[in-house]
Design a protein around this ligand. Structure first.
Ligand SMILES: C=CC1=C(C)c2cc3[nH]c(cc4nc(cc5[nH]c(cc1n2)c(C)c5CCC(=O)O)C(CCC(=O)O)=C4C)c(C)c3C=C
Ligand code: FES
Ligand SMILES: [Fe+2]
Length: 431
């Protein structure tokens, strides 16, 4: 099948009466800085296309992320879902036995961490806010696909993927009415353990709730037409939002030391067996860091370091906490930690970085952390720009999505990639 073949038709629309229209005035779309010619908003990846002329609203914009417990009482369920996920923590035939055992043992420790950051993860609050604000902008900038309706689908906490999917059906998508939905990963960099797992879950619930067996979504059958924003590691708006937070933090240092501050970009680590399987995440995180440094004009020395390893396996380093101690030992006490792989605060910024790495460093005044993206208007404009580019292009997903890791033996990846990416790439790419 040619990449340009119109492969998806939207036949019927979801009833407008069941889709609430978002009315708040939108902010202006992300503005390009005329002085910075290096910024381009074109999506670089060659697209897998769908019929752009038929892609009219209403459009469901589904923010996918891992989620977190909103209260300490939800920690047990959060961890038990996390340790049951074989795409994240493969425990083979012991999954059903070891998963609950490990999560139960770990719960009190993690509950204490959530208690220390105010009693729960702020990820739901931020995700709902970001999705709603982005949709307000899109209603203005992409009227042809409006109204845009925000949804959140978490992998391990409420609202879970199945809850979001049932809501979509209740709101008039699918059920013989068709309708368009965009699965928008909120992990800027793709890992099979994060975005891959969320997409496998979405694919599973589509099969269960819309009765779809494996195979392309060539529509005309009244089911939801899905497309995917699967990665955006170097989008200029993301890069700018991170760079602005670094620049703001640099201003907190006295002028005489400001130029000597070391920038430590910190991302959640990956087990080395996942890295060696060929997971794209380390390269994509490095792409974000390179783009931010380029945007800053390479004014400061920097390193990309990795945090939050769990369990006895070998993980990708250098570890964030070791790096900070080693640099202190070498006499470097001015450092900014920059969360680079997560778009809102969570225990790994608020507890691990703030309380443990910085709090226990003995240099709380000179080791600082850049703000997480949270409610940054620059970031939300970037999300709207990414979404608009996706909607305009008619792509189903990036071409990169179709290529499995060289070491992948996971049948769930094969099935979900065949569904999301196989349509334009040909199945040989997606097996
Ligand atoms: C881009 C971010 C993340 C990647 C990649 C990632 C991979 C990954 N994580 C685990 C194991 C655990 N992660 C846990 C919590 C957790 N993970 C991320 C992000 C990524 N994980 C976040 C933001 C959080 C915290 C959520 C919040 O605070 O709301 C946990 C639970 C906490 C704990 O028990 O320590 C585990 C376990 C693996 C094995 C993995 C790669 C394969
Ligand atoms: S593990 Fe990467 S595609 Fe399956
Ligand atoms: Fe994690």
């Amino acid at each position: 099948m040619s990449l340009r073949t119109p492969i998806i038709q939207l036949t019927k629309r979801a009833s407008k009466s069941t889709i609430s229209k978002l009315t708040t005035p939108a902010s202006s779309l992300w503005q390009r800085n005329a002085n910075d010619q290096s910024r381009s908003f074109a999506t670089p990846a060659p697209p897998v296309t769908q019929n752009a002329t038929s892609s009219k609203g209403p459009t469901a914009m589904v923010f996918m992320n891992m989620g977190g417990p909103s209260t300490t009482d939800e920690v047990g369920d959060f961890l038990s879902r996390l340790f049951a996920d074989a795409d994240l923590i493969p425990l083979g035939r012991f999954q059903n036995y070891l998963g609950p055992l490990i999560s139960k043992r770990r719960t009190p420790k993690i509950q204490k961490q959530y208690a220390a950051i105010g009693g729960g993860s702020p990820i739901r609050k931020w995700s709902e806010y970001q999705a709603e604000e982005m949709c307000k902008i899109l209603d203005k900038t992409s009227p042809e696909t409006a109204p845009h309706k925000p949804y959140v689908a978490f992998r391990y906490a409420n609202p879970l993927t199945e809850e979001m999917y049932s809501q979509l059906l209740e709101d008039g998508f699918g059920n013989g009415k068709g309708g368009r939905a965009v699965a928008f990963t909120q992990y800027p960099q793709y890992s099979c353990s994060t975005t891959g797992s969320s997409l496998n879950e979405l694919w599973k619930w589509r099969q269960k709730l819309e009765g779809k067996s494996a195979g392309p979504t060539t529509a005309n059958d009244g089911s939801i037409t899905w497309s995917v924003i699967d990665r955006w590691p170097s989008h200029p708006g993301l890069v700018d939002a991170i760079a602005l937070n670094i620049e703001a933090k640099l201003q907190e240092y006295p002028e005489d030391v400001r130029d000597d501050v070391v920038l430590l970009f910190s991302a959640h680590s990956l087990p080395m067996d996942v890295v060696n399987r060929g997971d794209p995440y380390p390269a994509e995180v490095a792409a974000t860091v390179a783009a931010v440094m380029q945007r800053l004009g390479h004014t400061h020395p920097y390193r990309l370091v990795w945090q939050s390893q769990v369990g006895p396996k070998a993980w990708l380093g250098a570890q964030t906490s070791d790096t900070v101690s080693n640099y202190i030992a070498k006499g470097q006490k001015n450092m900014i930690l920059i969360p680079v792989a997560f778009t809102s605060d969570h225990i790994e910024t608020l507890y691990e970085l703030d309380e443990e790495v910085i709090g226990e460093s003995g240099h709380k005044d000179t080791i600082k952390r850049a703000e997480s993206l949270n409610g940054s208007p620059v970031f939300i404009k970037a999300l709207a720009d990414i979404a608009k580019t996706h909607l305009d292009s008619g792509i189903i997903c990036s071409k990169q999505m179709g290529l499995r890791c060289p070491g992948c033996t996971n049948e769930r990846c094969a099935a979900s990639k065949k569904f999301f990416a196989g349509q334009g790439l040909g199945e040989t790419f997606a097996v």
